[in-house]
Design a protein around this ligand. Structure first.
Ligand code: BTN
Length: 256
């Protein structure tokens, strides 16, 4: 089924292995082509993890972006503005306790509700293709044991089910707005909005796992390309490009 939500063209499937993989395999699709599935049988997360994608419970969405960018340095901001889009959609729907864990995990009351898998494909002189994959837990009433203490859903948080298409369209509108800002090089707006939405942005003691190394420090905002600034021993500042962040102690009450 094809649904038009300008500028987005949504291809809806009852079941796919992964919406990112389906979109990647769709040769020369136009910009803003989206793939959505009611369920994924092999939903993928970052770091080779799987994404729990039970039928009808979540939004499993991939969007094709074909930006003409002159510098690859702004690419990492994609995940950040995608997470901002999800966080703002949740807030507009009245969800309390929304937070973003660096770089792009959307959390509610310290449990993960959404993740972003942005994959860039660049072949020779062809324009850069970004496959922006977003998973949002909407109507799950429970999760498999291994996720039960770390995941949440909109229904668990609010007690109400949400039509997946309604959330999809609201989120796509946000994605359209933030993509436009990113295209116009409004990096500072993206960084400052992310910092306002995240309790991890400043003054949070964290441990960052980077391959086999573990760094402990206190966060000090983001660089203009979205890297995390971490104050470590003796006040040295490390710039983190990739890594898994864990909170070491609760920050004072976060007001967003
Ligand atoms: C993460 O937090 O690890 C990222 C999860 C991304 C999941 C989404 S669901 C839609 C799209 N298709 C996939 O296979 N993965 C992304």
């Amino acid at each position: 089924m094809i649904i038009h939500r300008p500028p987005f063209i949504i291809h809806h499937f009852p079941s796919l292995s992964s919406t990112n993989d389906q979109l990647k395999a769709t040769g020369d699709a136009p910009e803003f082509t989206c793939v959505v599935a009611d369920e994924q049988t092999a939903g993928r997360g970052r770091r080779m993890r799987t994404w729990h994608s039970s039928p009808g419970d979540g939004l499993y969405l991939s969007v094709l972006l074909l930006p003409r960018i002159d510098s690859f340095s702004k690419l990492p901001l994609t995940g950040l503005w995608a997470a901002i889009s999800v966080a703002e959609t949740l807030i507009e729907r009245g969800v309390a306790g929304v937070d973003i864990k660096w770089p792009n995990d959307v959390m509610v009351n310290d449990r993960k509700i959404s993740g972003v898998l942005a994959e860039a494909v660049s072949a020779g002189s062809e324009p850069l293709r970004i496959i922006l994959g977003v998973g949002v837990n909407l109507n799950h009433r429970s999760f498999p044991t291994e996720l039960s203490s770390t995941a949440t859903s909109l229904a668990i948080e609010t007690g109400e089910r949400v039509p997946v298409e309604e959330f999809r369209d609201q989120l796509l509108a946000k994605i359209g707005q933030w993509y436009e800002l990113w295209r116009r090089d409004e990096s500072a707006s993206i960084v400052s909005r992310w910092e306002r939405l995240s309790s991890y942005a400043r003054g949070q003691q964290v441990v960052v796992a980077i391959d086999n190394e573990k760094l402990v420090g206190v966060t000090e905002g983001l660089t203009e390309t979205g890297a995390l600034r971490l104050v470590v021993d003796k006040g040295d500042v490390r710039t983190i490009l990739v890594g898994e962040v864990t909170r070491l102690r609760k920050s004072a009450k976060f007001s967003g």
